[in-house]
Design a protein around this ligand. Structure first.
Ligand code: TRP
Length: 453
């Protein structure tokens, strides 16, 4: 029954294409920018261990759940939730889950594109030698000066958004799939090159030990919950992206296997980013716990003073921009798929409309760093607010609801049929994880982010 349904957008041409695209969505600013700095702030090894556990026990089952929902209906997330709610005879309010996913995608994209724009601009800065022999104060001044100009930030934001839309408008096979086919291998290759350099630095072993030697005395309840939240964000869970990518997946592909591969690849890239960044941090006497500015405010110091720093600096920011691009196309796809399916728009029109909304919303983030830096709501700038709202509220709520829907609402024979795990024990284990473990864990993260726990 499920396998006679067809998506109107086209299917991934192979299992490998799906794996590349989903890994591309997962690997992004979250791995290269966020993972190192929160690992740094949470003391290293022990935090990494908890993070790995969360990926395995919550991340993989939820990724399977989302892929399965999308593939069962082969429609955009909004229609998917409508159809499946009806199929399960459940309360109509479950529809909102699809809406929230589409909205979260556009909202995350709005600021993602701004930060990715910085990365693109930093490619140029590295290229023109701005960091050469610059001391920390100069590097900080470069950053502060850069973000102080709204027009400049708008330019880079617009450029990145245009690149995203130019890929998405070409559709699943000619756009998304072609882009990841080239971008993902380049990303891996460039990162291995950067790792090769990091291994030659004097701080490599300090960096390695920081990442892999657990010191449990540094582990707080707070960092356990942060690790869980990160597992979530980095795997792109809790919104429509995995669902919509799942809806383009051929019926004969094993969802369990691909989910394990994607989560492993994503984790591998995060660890790789750590192995590149921490050795540089230790070699140059910088601090692993310098927070979100770790990449833009401290790494250029290392690039400015190390041998070959020009080359590796340019390379690093290209890697960051590529990683962001393969995520941003996944962020907008749920909205585009919905506009095409439900409003009958052409892909061009759908991309233009969804892109314009994300772009305009992104201006709020642009201004948060300059003309609106003092405009605050709940003590947060526009950027902080939209980041908090999406990553800390909408994703956990989305993930919680997806786990509950699969574990408690959807008929088990439907999920069993779609997952097609081949052996009953595998399904039982998955059910245990989505029924109890994932909702409980996500609930704890949620209490934490809203400040109750
Ligand atoms: N996983 C992305 C990263 O690590 C961020 C992200 C969250 C995302 N949700 C998403 C990307 C949905 C694409 C689609 O940077």
């Amino acid at each position: 029954m499920a396998n006679v349904k067809k998506t109107i957008h086209g299917e991934w041409s192979s299992r490998f294409a799906f794996i590349l695209a989903a890994t591309g969505s997962a690997v992004g600013l979250g791995n290269i920018w966020k993972f190192p700095y929160i690992t740094g702030a949470n003391g290293g090894g022990a935090f990494v261990l908890v993070y790995l556990l969360c990926v395995a026990l919550i991340g993989i089952p939820l990724m399977m759940a989302e892929t399965m929902l999308g593939r069962r209906t082969r429609q955009d997330p909004i229609n998917t939730m409508e159809i499946l709610t009806e199929e399960a005879g459940a309360d109509k309010n479950w529809h909102y889950l699809g809406w929230m996913g589409v909205a979260a995608g556009v909202m995350i994209l709005s600021y993602y594109s701004v930060i990715a724009g910085w990365s693109t601009a930093y490619v140029l800065k590295a290229f023109t030698g701005s960091f050469f022999d610059a001391d920390p104060a100069v590097i900080k001044a470069i950053f502060d000066d850069f973000v102080s100009n709204p027009l400049r930030l708008t330019f880079w934001h617009s450029l990145f958004m245009t690149a995203t839309l130019m890929i998405v408008v070409r559709g699943v096979n000619n756009g998304l799939e072609q882009a990841v086919r080239y971008l993902m291998p380049s990303l891996f290759g460039l990162m291995i090159l950067l790792l090769g350099y990091a291994m030659t630095t004097s701080g490599y072993f300090d960096g390695f030990n920081f990442l892999f030697k657990p010191d449990f005395s540094k582990l707080t309840g707070d960092s356990v919950l942060t690790a869980m939240g990160q597992a979530f964000f980095t795997l792109s869970l809790g919104m429509g992206s995995v669902m919509v990518y799942g809806s383009y997946l051929s019926s004969d592909v094993s969802i369990a296997k691909t989910s394990i591969i994607i989560a492993t690849a994503d984790t591998f890239v995060a660890l790789l980013a750590g192995l590149i960044i921490f050795p540089l941090v230790f070699t140059h006497g910088l601090h692993p716990d310098s927070g979100p500015g770790l990449i833009f405010k401290t790494l250029p110091i290392a690039f400015g003073s190390m041998t070959g720093g020009w080359f590796f600096g340019v390379l690093f920011f290209i890697v960051l921009a590529i990683a962001a691009l393969t995520s941003s196309i996944a962020l907008i796809e749920p909205a585009v798929a919905w506009l095409v399916e439900s409003k009958g728009y052409s892909r061009e029109k759908a991309c233009t409309q969804a892109g314009l909304v994300a772009w305009a919303l992104g201006l709020g983030t642009v201004f948060s760093f300059n003309i609106w830096s003092d405009v605050k709501l709940f003590e947060r700038t526009f950027f902080d607010l939209i980041d908090y709202l999406t990553a800390n509220l909408m994703l956990p709520v989305g993930g919680f609801c997806i786990a509950v829907f699969c574990g408690w609402i959807m008929h088990h024979q439907h999920s069993e049929q779609e997952l097609n795990l081949g052996q009953p024990l595998g399904f039982k284990l998955w059910m245990l994880l989505v029924r109890y473990v994932a909702p409980l864990a996500v609930f704890l993260v949620f209490l934490h982010v809203v400040g109750v726990l």
